[in-house]
Ligand binder design. Structure first.
Ligand code: SF4
Length: 458
C-alpha cells in the first residue's frame, strides 16, 4: 500500500502538485534535438538538470543519451552563464565535433535571464563555431509547460534556424511526427514510403534511440534528420503536422516563414486517426493508397470485430500527454470502451474541450483534467474504479494499490522495453494496442474467473 494516504475525498488544490503527470520542458527539447543527425543537445544550467534529463531519457530508451551542460556554479548563478556557454561551445566542437549544438535553457538560466542568441553571436564572433557548423537554441523554463512544450519548442527552432525558401518548390512533403517513440517515427516513414511519397520527417529519433547493438559506441548514431534536409523543408509543397501541441508550432512557423501550407492533424493512433493521416497524405501528394495498406487496415478492423465483446463497456482511466490521449481516447470510444478518467499534467483547456467532445456519448460521467496530477487521478479511481488503466510507469503504484490491470503507454516507461521498437501509430500500431488491451483484460478475467466460467476460447 504505497499510496495508502491518498484520501477518497477530493479537495481543490491550487498551490500543491503531488506526483505530477508530466516532466520538465528540457527533456522534450533534448529528445527532439536527438532527432537531428549529428546533434549534441546542450543543457544551459547546472549539472543536476542535465543529469536528470539524460537519465530519464536513458532509462526510457535503454540507450546512452549524450548531452553537454554549461555546469553552472554559484558564480554563474549570480553573474550569468555567458562565459560557461562560450567555453562549452568551444570545448564541444573541439572534442566531439557535432554538426549541430542544440541548446535548451533551464529554470536557473531562465531566471537569470541569459540571452542565448546574444551568447551564440559572441561565440561566433570569437571564432568558436567552426565553418559549416550550427548552434541553435530554445527557451525551456520548466516552471511553465511540460516535456511536450519543450519538444514543440525545439522542433520549431529547427524551422526557425534551418528552413529556407529558395523560391523553387520541390516535390516533397514535410512530416512532423510529434512527441512519439522512435518506433512510431519509423512506422510513419514506412507508411509514407508505402504510399510512394517523398518526405522529410523531422525530428526523427529512429535509429538514434533504438539503435542495434553493434558492440561499438557511436557518439552520433546513423539516424536523425540531416541539416540539408531541414533546410529543404522551406521548399516542400506542404507540411503534415501530427499532434497539435507538439507539432503545430513548427508547422505554423514553416507556413509563416516559407509559405509552406500545413495540415495539423491528431496523432494517427487507432483506425480513424490513421485513416485521416493517410487520406491527407494521399490528397496532398496526389497518390493512391496501395493494397498492402488496405490489408493492414482490414486486419485491424478484423480484430475489433472479432473481439468486440471483450472491449464493450470496459471502463478505462488514462494518464498521459495531450496529443496521445486525444487520439487514444477516440480509439477506445470507437471500440465501445469507456474512458471515464482522462488526465494530463500538461496545462491547456483545449485538451479538456477535445476530450469532452470525444466522450460526449459515453454513457457514464467522465472526469477530465489538464494540468492535473496523479494524486487527483488516484482519488478519481478510488471513487469510481475502472477495469483498466493506461499511462506511464508511475501509474504502477496506483495500479498495485487498487489492484487494477495496467498497460504502460506514453512517457516515461522506465520498467519495460518494447516501446522503442514496436509502434502504437498506424494500423499496425493499432493492432499492437488491441493485443495489449486484450492480453491485459483477459489475463485478469482468467485470474478471477470461478472454475465454471474459466473459458478456453474467447
Ligand atoms: S524543473 Fe527546472 S531545475 Fe528542475 S531539472 Fe527541470 S530544468 Fe532543472
Amino acid at each position: 500500500m504505497l499510496l495508502r494516504h491518498t484520501p477518497k475525498e477530493i479537495a481543490e488544490r491550487s498551490a500543491l502538485t503531488v506526483n505530477p503527470a508530466k516532466t520538465c520542458q528540457p527533456i522534450g527539447a533534448m529528445y527532439a534535438a536527438l532527432g537531428i543527425h549529428g546533434c549534441l543537445p546542450h543543457s544551459h544550467g547546472s549539472q543536476g538538470c542535465c543529469a536528470y534529463h539524460r537519465s530519464t531519457l536513458s532509462r526510457h530508451y535503454k540507450e546512452p543519451v549524450m548531452a553537454a551542460t554549461s555546469s553552472f556554479t554559484e558564480g554563474s548563478s549570480v553573474f550569468g552563464g555567458q562565459a560557461n556557454l562560450v567555453q562549452a561551445i568551444d570545448n564541444i566542437f573541439s572534442v566531439y565535433n557535432p554538426e549541430v549544438i542544440a541548446i535548451h535553457t533551464t529554470c536557473l538560466s531562465e531566471t537569470i535571464g541569459d540571452d542565448i542568441p546574444q551568447i551564440a553571436k559572441k561565440a561566433l564572433a570569437d571564432g568558436k563555431i567552426p565553418e559549416g557548423k550550427h548552434v541553435i537554441h530554445v527557451n525551456t523554463p520548466s516552471y511553465v509547460g511540460s516535456h511536450v512544450t519543450g519538444f514543440a519548442g525545439m522542433t520549431k527552432s529547427m524551422v526557425d534556424y534551418f528552413a529556407v525558401s529558395t523560391g523553387t518548390k520541390c516535390n516533397q512533403v514535410n512530416i512532423i511526427p510529434g512527441y512519439v517513440e522512435p518506433s512510431d517515427m519509423e512506422e510513419i516513414r514506412r507508411i509514407v514510403e508505402m504510399l510512394g511519397v517523398q518526405a522529410v520527417l523531422f525530428p526523427d529519433t529512429s535509429r538514434v534511440l533504438n539503435s542495434p547493438q553493434t558492440g561499438r559506441h557511436e557518439m552520433f548514431p546513423k539516424g536523425g534528420v540531416t541539416v540539408e534536409a531541414l533546410k529543404s523543408t522551406g521548399d516542400s509543397m506542404a507540411t503534415i503536422a501530427l499532434g497539435r501541441l507538439a507539432s503545430g508550432p513548427a508547422a505554423r512557423a514553416l507556413d509563416t516563414k516559407c509559405k509552406v501550407p500545413c495540415e495539423i492533424l491528431d496523432l494517427p493512433i487507432g483506425l480513424r486517426k490513421t485513416d485521416v493521416f493517410i487520406d491527407t497524405l494521399r490528397r496532398i501528394a496526389g497518390v493512391s493508397v496501395p493494397e498492402s495498406l488496405n490489408v493492414e487496415r482490414g486486419q485491424l478492423l478484423d480484430i475489433v470485430t472479432d473481439m468486440h465483446h471483450c472491449f464493450y463497456g470496459k471502463t478505462v482511466g488514462l494518464v498521459g500527454d495531450p496529443d496521445q490521449l486525444i487520439s487514444l481516447t477516440e480509439f477506445l470510444v470507437s471500440i465501445d470502451m469507456r474512458p471515464i478518467h482522462v488526465l494530463t499534467g500538461t496545462p491547456g483547456k483545449e485538451f479538456e474541450n477535445r476530450i469532452r467532445e470525444i466522450t460526449r456519448d459515453v454513457p457514464r460521467s467522465v472526469n477530465v483534467r489538464a494540468g492535473g496530477d496523479m494524486f487527483l487521478f488516484h482519488q478519481w479511481v478510488k471513487n469510481d474504479p475502472v477495469d483498466l488503466m493506461m499511462g506511464n510507469t508511475y501509474l504502477k503504484y496506483i495500479a498495485r494499490d487498487e489492484d487494477i490491470p495496467f498497460i504502460r503507454f506514453g512517457f516515461p516507461i522506465l520498467d519495460r522495453v518494447g516501446h522503442s521498437y514496436f509502434p502504437t501509430v498506424g494500423y499496425r500500431g493499432g493492432m499492437r494496442l488491441l493485443e495489449k488491451i486484450l492480453d491485459t483484460l483477459l489475463e485478469r478475467q482468467d485470474r478471477d474467473a470461478p472454475e465454471e466460467r474459466f473459458e478456453l476460447v474467447m
